[in-house]
Structure formats: structure tokens, C-alpha cells
Design a protein around this ligand. Structure first.
Ligand code: NAG
Ligand code: NAG
Ligand code: NAG
Ligand code: NAG
Ligand code: NAG
Ligand code: NAG
Ligand code: NAG
Length: 435
């Protein structure tokens, strides 16, 4: 008989792996069942489809372990190419009742686990898991307040299999019930009252994680390896899970979710109103290119730039004219010649200022740090057109763009072994494979 369940909630396992990474997972470390001073959960408060054909907008997803590659054809690729890797994406927002819709093609490989996990700070959890050694079945699971109940797992045959196609794995979640859907077929329903009379029903704000890990790693507890379908053979790498898209809909709208007491019940959650940071990040104007910035400058400012450059040329011209004037006698002829010269210079000046409009070469010059070009466009001096109404600094043309956080260090096997001791104890205490 197949093992019924993982011995510890998947996220507990994942977070124990994460503890070896450089950034501490403060949010998951503060359990509101025990404490009243936990930080608020940043909300999502919106509905958004993330298409993983390209790098994702800043400030929405955290790559909590390893590296995720984005590809226009395959979507996000989560690859285990050697022992110790477990690339994972996690939202840095929470949804409070809602829906996720993930198009996923599971990874092959004995012991390799592809997963879609919702998790809350109280360790409520809702899962889809795909074992690399079983290409026809998906498993579903849930945990309420981190309580392990070995009857919670479900197994569902997916027509067409889980490794050859992208399947639409959707979960919908209200305070009354949870539903798991695969390609439009309802495969499982959990009513709140059926989860230990609502006590073990997932009901607190959730983050979404999508990741791949090796449950069959030799360092894993025996029970986990058995559950995962056996030991992973790293001679068969790479093992890759692909995710085309993830749509997340928060049924609540607000800026933050705050636990009002230690009950872990949905009634205790307070919704702070406002737009969420994630909402703001998603609706932020994309960073403008220099030519777009130029194009939208008010014409008076552009005139200022032209006038300024013209001003320099005019000064040169006057100096030159004075020189000619001094050198030659001030006869009528000379005056006429000078007038002609003046006209020619004016025409040239005009051409020059038109050429002063920033163009591609100018950007290249600026990017190359050519001071003259940069200085020319940088801060046009005050002119008859008035001071520039808008200026910019070409050496720093991405103001306010947050620095891209370097990915968390990959979990080191050494640390991982250590942290997994918890898992081993957990399995020993609570469980035994039901085979
Ligand atoms: C609450 O804290 C106690 C002692 O600090 C600990 O034993 C227990 O596991 C904690 N419970 C949860 C749900 O975190
Ligand atoms: C990704 O998909 C979006 C929506 O279909 C599209 O607008 C965008 O150009 C695509 N990006 C790439 C790199 O293919
Ligand atoms: C995501 O990463 C940022 C920056 O490292 C961190 O401040 C934040 O706590 C992380 N969010 C989650 C939900 O882990
Ligand atoms: C896949 O999982 C299902 C459900 O646990 C099980 O009945 C089936 O035998 C498994 N198939 C393989 C190849 O392990
Ligand atoms: C994915 O499945 C859900 C549940 O059946 C459905 O509501 C949704 O429309 C599907 N998404 C797409 C893009 O077909
Ligand atoms: C169900 O809830 C009761 C308290 O109402 C608790 O004693 C029991 O341990 C719970 N069972 C499980 C499987 O969590
Ligand atoms: C939320 O965003 C909308 C649309 O961007 C805006 O109209 C509204 O003023 C914002 N609300 C707050 C409280 O910032």
C-alpha cells in the first residue's frame, strides 16, 4: 500500500532547508498561535496572473532557494542539477481566502517532489505535490495549525499524466470549503467542518510557494524517502519542473492582515485597508528609457536645452565676429560680408541645435560616461525659456529601482543535514510509513 502522507508538513521541511540560507524567514518564524507581537502579513488584495515567460516584477516573488530560469517557451524552470538544490519561489504577500491557478509540468526522477504549497504563519497549509517516480498521479494535502493527521493526503489520477503536459492546478478557498481542481475537473473538496470540526481547517492568510526538492535525498529521514517514492539517483540529473503561469486571487482586499489573538481562527484576522505593496509594485509605471523621458519633457524645457546649446554657439559666434570685425576695416563690404557670414552661421547653428536632440548615439555616449555629452544634456542652464522644469541624471537613470536582491544562498548539504534532524525526529515521533 502506498504511504499516506508526508510526516511533516511540506513547508516545515522546506523552511528547515531555508534556515540554512542567509536571510532568516522572520515571518514564518513568528507563530501567532504563540505570540501576539508577530509582524503584520503584507496582503495581496488583488487578482493577478503572473506569466513566467520573463523575469518577474520586483517586490512580488522571492526566490527563497536556488535559481529559477524564465523562458518564453517553457515558462519558469526549476532545476535540480546536483545534490543540495531546491529552487523555490515564494510570494512576499499573503492572500486571505482566495484562489490560485498554476499551470505546471512536474519533474521526473525518483524521490523528486514538485510542489505548489500554500502556507500561513500558524502553519496552516494546502498542497499539491507530484512525485517524480509517479507520472500519473497528483497528491493533495492540507494541515491545520501544523497538526499532522495522516488521513489528510489524497491521490488523484490525472488523465494525460503530470509530467508530459502543463496541467491547470487550481485551488479555491473560502471559509466554508477548499476545492482542488485539475484541468477543470474537481478532484477533491474539503468542508471546514470535516477538518476536526473546523479546528484543523486552513483559515489564516497564506503565501504561495512553488518549488522542487529531493525528498529522496540520502540525507532525508527514511520515512520521507519512502514517502517520496525512493532514493534519488543524481546520475539522472537534471530534474526540471516547468511552470507557465500562476494566477493568484485574494478574496480579501487590503494592505495587511493582522492576527488579533492566538486562536488561529479566521475570525481573529483583522484586515488593514489600503493598497497592498504588491498591488503598488504591480501597478508601478515601468522604468522609462531616456528617449521616453526626453519625449515627455515639456517643450519649454527642450527649448531651454536648445537655447542653452545655442547660447554657447552664439557666444562663440560673437567672439568670432568681433575678431573679424577687428581684423578688417569696418567698411560697407565687410559689413555685407559679415551679414552673409552671420546668416550662414545662423543656418549652421540651427542644424547644430537640431542635432542636439538626444539620439541613440548620445545615450551610448552617456552610458559610456562621456562627460561632455552627459554634461550637455544634464542640466541645461537657465535661459530665456526659464529654468528647466524637469531634469534627470543620465548617470543614474533608474531612480528608485530597488537593487535586485541576490538569490539566497543555496542550501548547503551540511546545514541541511543538520536542519533535517528535526524532520527525522518528527517522523520518528509521529509516524511510520503505512506500508
Ligand atoms: C509555543 O511555544 C512553546 C514554548 O515556547 C512551544 O513548545 C510550542 O511548540 C509553541 N507552539 C507553537 C504552535 O508554535
Ligand atoms: C510574456 O507574455 C506577455 C503576455 O502574453 C507578453 O506581453 C510578453 O511580451 C511576453 N514576454 C516574452 C519575453 O515573451
Ligand atoms: C522576501 O525578501 C525580502 C527581501 O529579502 C524580505 O524582506 C521579505 O521578508 C521576504 N518575504 C518573505 C515572505 O519571505
Ligand atoms: C502512483 O500513485 C498511486 C496513488 O498512490 C498508486 O496507486 C500507484 O501505484 C503509483 N504508481 C507508481 C508507478 O508508483
Ligand atoms: C483553470 O481551472 C479553473 C478551475 O477549473 C478554471 O476556473 C480556470 O478557468 C482554468 N483556467 C484556464 C486559464 O483555463
Ligand atoms: C481535534 O480537536 C480536538 C479538540 O477539539 C483535539 O483534542 C484533537 O486532538 C484534534 N484532533 C486532531 C486529529 O487534530
Ligand atoms: C489605490 O490605488 C488606486 C489605483 O491605483 C488609487 O486610485 C487609490 O487612490 C489608491 N488608494 C490608496 C489608499 O492609496
Amino acid at each position: 500500500m502506498a504511504p499516506r502522507s508526508l510526516f511533516v508538513p511540506a513547508l516545515t521541511l522546506l523552511s528547515s532547508i531555508f534556515t540554512s540560507s542567509v536571510t532568516a524567514q522572520l515571518y514564518s518564524e513568528c507563530n501567532p498561535l504563540n505570540r501576539t507581537d508577530c509582524p503584520a502579513n503584507p496582503a495581496f488584495g488583488t487578482d493577478w496572473e503572473f506569466i513566467f515567460n520573463e523575469t518577474q516584477p520586483d517586490g512580488v516573488w522571492n526566490t527563497t532557494a536556488g535559481t529559477v530560469e524564465y523562458d518564453p517557451e517553457t515558462g519558469a524552470a526549476f532545476t535540480i542539477s546536483k545534490q543540495g538544490e531546491s529552487p523555490t519561489l515564494m510570494t512576499n504577500f499573503y492572500f486571505f481566502f482566495g484562489r490560485t491557478e498554476v499551470f505546471l509540468k512536474a519533474a521526473p526522477g525518483t524521490g523528486i517532489v514538485s510542489s505548489i504549497v500554500w502556507s500561513s504563519d500558524t502553519l496552516d497549509e494546502v498542497d499539491w505535490e507530484f512525485l517524480g517516480g509517479n507520472s500519473s498521479f497528483a497528491s493533495t494535502n492540507y494541515f491545520g495549525k501544523g497538526i499532522q493527521d495522516f488521513h489528510n493526503a489524497g491521490y488523484h489520477e490525472i488523465p494525460g499524466g503530470v509530467q508530459d503536459n502543463y496541467v491547470n492546478y487550481t485551488c479555491t478557498w473560502t471559509k466554508e470549503k477548499l476545492e482542488w481542481w485539475a484541468d477543470g475537473a474537481l478532484v477533491r473538496t474539503l468542508k471546514a467542518e470535516d477538518a476536526n470540526n473546523t479546528l484543523n481547517y486552513p483559515q489564516t492568510p497564506m503565501k504561495l510557494s512553488i518549488g522542487i526538492w529531493a525528498g529522496g535525498d540520502p540525507s532525508m529521514p527514511a520515512g520521507t524517502r519512502a514517502w517520496a517514492g525512493g532514493d534519488t539517483n543524481y546520475d539522472e540529473v537534471p530534474f526540471t519542473m516547468y511552470v507557465k503561469s500562476a494566477r493568484v486571487e485574494d478574496y480579501s482586499s487590503g494592505k495587511e492582515y493582522v492576527y488579533g489573538d492566538k486562536s488561529g481562527s479566521w475570525e481573529s484576522i483583522k484586515i488593514v485597508s489600503g493598497n497592498s505593496t504588491a498591488y503598488e509594485n504591480l501597478h508601478k509605471e515601468p522604468e522609462k528609457t531616456l528617449s521616453e523621458k526626453w519625449a515627455e519633457l515639456p517643450s519649454s524645457t527642450k527649448a531651454g536645452v536648445y537655447a542653452a546649446s545655442g547660447g554657447v554657439a552664439a557666444l562663440l559666434f560673437i567672439a568670432l565676429a568681433f575678431y573679424y570685425f577687428k581684423q578688417r576695416s569696418a567698411g560697407q563690404k565687410e559689413a555685407a560680408a559679415l551679414a552673409a557670414q552671420q546668416e550662414q552661421d545662423r543656418v549652421e547653428l540651427e542644424r547644430f541645435t537640431k542635432g542636439g536632440n538626444p539620439n541613440y548615439q548620445d545615450y551610448e555616449a552617456m552610458k559610456g560616461g562621456m562627460g561632455a555629452a552627459a554634461g550637455y544634456h544634464d542640466s541645461p542652464p537657465a535661459s530665456s525659456a526659464g529654468p528647466p522644469e524637469k531634469t534627470w541624471d543620465p548617470t543614474n537613470n533608474t531612480p528608485g529601482s530597488p537593487t535586485v536582491p541576490s538569490n539566497a544562498a543555496m542550501p548547503l548539504l551540511h546545514d541541511r543535514r543538520e536542519s533535517l534532524t528535526t524532520g527525522a525526529l518528527g517522523a520518528g515521533e509521529h509516524g511510520h510509513p503505512t506500508r
